[in-house]
Design a protein around this ligand. Structure first.
Ligand SMILES: [Zn+2]
Length: 175
């Protein structure tokens, strides 16, 4: 992924956050006209994105923790934001049983979700405070994998934040 593409993804997500003055992906989806449903009958599926009959739908597993629902909704919103993903979803609903699968499509959805959910100033503050990766993830209510994706991206865009966290983890890499 080029720096140009990274920046474009970042600004697209930030535009939504600023326009709707929220990082709540459910609120953003509603504003975008995406139909969001919580499904209590989902077991392995954490989230799903489908497109059909001019409707864009997101289904979130209703049995998860609140912060997991936000991550799930953010991830599916990520799929919605890439034209290529929408095209894929038109052919077949995208079902996510695990978000951290190593392929470009899933990486892109996570990257977008990380921008929606995670504030960079807060990350920089926590990094300056010397917080461990897991502490930071816990405070920010996300899985460490999502935080690592965000940190790696910030690093690529010129914030030297990821380096401090590399030794602790086998960080997730995109394919
Ligand atoms: Zn996905």
């Amino acid at each position: 992924m080029t720096l140009f593409e990274r920046n474009a993804i970042y600004y697209a997500a930030m535009e939504l956050v600023h326009k709707y003055v929220t990082r709540n992906p459910f609120v953003i989806c509603t504003n975008l006209g995406i139909h969001v449903y919580e499904r209590n009958d989902f077991e392995k599926i954490k989230g799903m994105y489908s497109v059909g009959n001019r409707r864009r739908n997101i289904f979130v597993n209703g049995n998860m923790l609140e912060e997991e629902k936000w991550m799930s909704c953010g991830h599916e919103l990520g799929h919605d934001s890439y034209p290529r993903h929408r095209k894929l979803a038109r052919k077949c609903p995208m079902k996510d049983t695990s978000f951290f699968i190593r392929n470009t499509t899933e990486y892109e959805a996570n990257l977008f979700a990380s921008h929606i959910l995670l504030d960079e100033d807060t990350i920089l503050t926590h990094a300056a405070e010397g917080l461990e990766l897991d502490q930071m993830a816990a405070i920010m209510n996300v899985y460490r994998e999502l935080l690592l994706i965000k940190l790696e991206d910030m690093n690529q865009r010129g914030y030297p934040v990821r380096a401090a966290y590399i030794p602790e983890t086998n960080f997730w890499k995109r394919a």
